[in-house]
Design a protein around this ligand. Structure first.
Ligand SMILES: Cc1ncc(C[n+]2csc(CCOP(=O)(O)OP(=O)(O)O)c2C)c(N)n1
Ligand code: SF4
Ligand SMILES: [Mg+2]
Length: 299
């Protein structure tokens, strides 16, 4: 039975773990609509759901992996991308999606993000940017705008933030886009397009976090934040990522900024292996004796 007391199922329900409901997300949080867009995009893309893997780190956003009825992994904080990289390399047929927060992917996990983009690992990264660490009470993070108040910047942030499209593009991502959680149709189209592309695809989704961020920055409800997005978003496809910084209460440039082709990590690895070994895979010629010597502990 759904929350309206009806037996009728929503088309998204089949991909939600109903036994995990009710979810932990606050009223007015942007995460519900973004997860909806993601699942809807997956359905529309026609991708075989048995090949989809969703990987999250830790945080409110990271909970998404536990809510989807797909193969999914709720990994440790900051490690969603290396985990996803391993999955993709071990089984290149998988459609790997990382769904995680700004703190998880850009702070503790920032190093992994730039190197996965540099290597052009074949995966889609959906980064929900609510400008703070929502789950742990609203600390500032690497996307917090200058001047914003957070639990750890009560008189205003003075650390220069990253602009995520610029960071992703400069690191080597082949597809870079940004929307807010208000742009549901456009976000859905973008995720669908990204899923059907190869290489490192990065989508930033700006989202309300009324509970720990909005209420400290004069937008105490999710609706206030959505109104702000509606009045201040400017769609500019093809904008240079270096020109899409976000200032506190300023304009938000959204759209698809980068869509290029470049060989993926696996393409290059296969090419090098072919050149070195032909079609034959190299044989493991390490003798048992050698392996024992290398692996044995010093006496
Ligand atoms: C190694 C480690 N350090 C710190 C934490 C505490 N912690 C949990 S979630 C989180 C931040 C999450 O922020 P974000 O990724 O932006 O997710 P949000 O909650 O905002 O969606 C932190 C610091 C942790 N779980 N593990
Ligand atoms: S704390 Fe913020 S990000 Fe976390 S569920 Fe609540 S509104 Fe959403
Ligand atoms: Mg966050």
């Amino acid at each position: 039975m759904n929350q309206n007391g009806s037996e009728q199922k929503h088309y998204i329900d089949q991909y939600l773990r109903e036994d995990r409901m009710p979810h932990i997300w606050c009223p007015g949080c942007g995460l519900g609509s973004i997860l909806h867009c993601f699942l809807s995009s997956l359905i529309k893309s026609g991708i075989d759901m048995d090949k989809v893997v969703v990987v999250s780190g830790i945080g409110c956003t990271g909970r998404a992996a536990g809510y989807v009825k797909l193969d999914s992994f709720h990994t440790t904080h900051g490690r969603a991308i290396p985990f996803a990289t391993g999955l993709k390399i071990a089984n290149p047929e998988l459609q790997v999606v990382v769904f995680s927060g700004d703190g998880d992917l850009i702070a503790i996990g920032g190093n992994h993000l730039i190197h996965a983009a540099r290597r052009n690992i074949d995966m889609t990264v959906i980064c929900v940017n609510n400008f703070n660490y929502g789950m742990t009470g609203g600390q500032l993070g690497p996307t917090t705008p200058l001047g914003a108040r957070t639990q750890t910047s009560p008189i205003g942030n003075y650390e220069r933030p990253f602009s995520l499209p610029y960071l992703a593009a400069a690191s080597g991502a082949v597809y870079v886009a940004r929307w807010t959680s208000m742009h549901v149709r456009r976000l859905e189209q973008t995720i669908t397009e990204a899923l059907l592309k190869r290489g490192f695809r990065f989508i930033e989704v700006i989202a309300p976090c009324p509970t720990t961020y909005g209420r400290r920055n004069r937008q105490p409800t999710g609706l206030d934040q959505m109104r702000y997005y509606r009045e201040n978003s400017i769609i500019r496809h093809g904008a240079d990522p270096k020109d899409v910084d976000i200032d506190l209460n300023g304009k938000i440039i959204v759209g698809k900024f980068i869509d290029i082709e470049r060989p993926t990590y696996s393409d290059l690895l296969d090419e090098v292996m072919q050149r070195a070994f032909g079609t034959e895979l190299p044989k493991d010629d390490t003798s048992k004796e050698e392996a024992t010597v290398v692996g044995s502990a010093p006496k």
